[in-house]
Write a protein that binds this ligand. Structure first.
Ligand SMILES: O=C(O)CCC(=O)C(=O)O
Length: 292
């Protein structure tokens, strides 16, 4: 296994910016997965106050520290939140066998309209997740349509949603705004997912390996349309994505189809906000009220 951290490429960060998550399949070794299941069953993970630096929260050689130091995990995390993030909170989510109900679709933040910064949530699955185990439902491309916690709970299914099935040792890294929810576990097996939320402590600007910044793959990822987007309003997702990419890549002129440039044109008005200042044009439409 490589020992140096593996930063993401620009195309991978663009993919995260469009989808709202990145999937690292089977990256945690088997022995660690077995260890994790023991720890989760025993409930022995430490309590961590909000805003604790990683080395304080998780001492050297502890399970979580070793998980975060796996080169592929460390590199992806650093590419998205930078070095030395703080732990917001961590928690082991359990879906019990034949539990009979699913979790409503939600996003994990309180009301949060930051346009140019985001937290990353790591979800780690120590066991294989099969189709009947209630794998986490994720709605790709939903993270920039700001909703408040479980306001989306009424939506049962959206076109293009993904319900996780994965090999043991899989890690997802998600933008905190992604719409998601644990599904109903119809299997005979307890399903565990360990979630850790990271707050960045540095500006999230060019933190990855930028050698492919001008690659066509970047633009291709950022222009992606998801099946649940409305024909017209869905364009706002791409607009908001452009603004986030301008900020992440420190390229205030980046655009897709001239959409962000056109509507920033206000001849005679004071200068437009810079890429890292809060844009006034990012408000996505409010999601409809919903219940489970
Ligand atoms: O259990 C799951 O798969 C998701 C749980 C979760 O993310 C949550 O409760 O916020």
């Amino acid at each position: 296994m490589p020992t140096t951290k593996q930063l993401l490429s620009s195309a991978e960060v663009a993919r995260f910016t469009a989808h709202g998550f990145l999937r690292l399949d089977g990256v945690v070794p088997r022995e660690m997965n077995e260890e994790a299941l023991g720890l989760f069953a025993a409930g022995t993970l430490p309590a961590v106050p909000y805003g604790t630096p990683v080395p304080t929260a998780f001492p050297e050689a502890s399970f979580t520290r070793r998980l975060l130091e796996l080169p592929v995990v460390a590199g992806a995390l650093e590419s998205l939140v930078g070095p030395d993030p703080e732990i917001d909170h961590h928690f082991v989510h359990v879906r019990m066998p034949h539990e009979g109900s699913a979790q409503a679709l939600h996003a994990d933040a309180l009301i949060d309209v930051r346009p140019d910064a985001f937290d990353v949530q790591l979800m780690y699955y120590p066991q294989e997740v099969t189709a009947d185990m209630g794998g986490t439902l994720v709605v790709p491309g939903s993270h920039l349509r700001r909703i408040n916690e479980s306001d989306t709970g009424r939506y049962q299914n959206l076109r293009g949603q993904t319900r996780l099935t994965c090999p043991a040792g899989t890690v997802l890294l998600l933008h905190h705004g992604i719409w998601h929810g644990g599904r109903r576990n119809d299997s005979d097996t307890v399903r565990h997912m360990y979630k850790i939320r990271f707050n960045p402590t540095v500006p999230q600007v060019r933190l990855w390996d930028t050698r492919d910044l001008d690659s066509p793959a970047v633009r291709e990822e950022l222009g992606r349309f998801f099946p649940w987007y409305e024909q017209a309003t869905g364009r706002l997702e791409i607009h908001n994505r452009v603004l986030l990419w301008r900020s992440l890549s420190a390229d205030p002129g980046f655009d897709i189809e001239h959409w962000a440039t056109r509507i920033a044109n206000r001849p005679g008005a004071p200068a437009a906000p810079t890429a890292t200042a809060a844009p006034t044009t990012t408000a996505a439409p409010t999601a409809q009220r919903s219940t489970a």
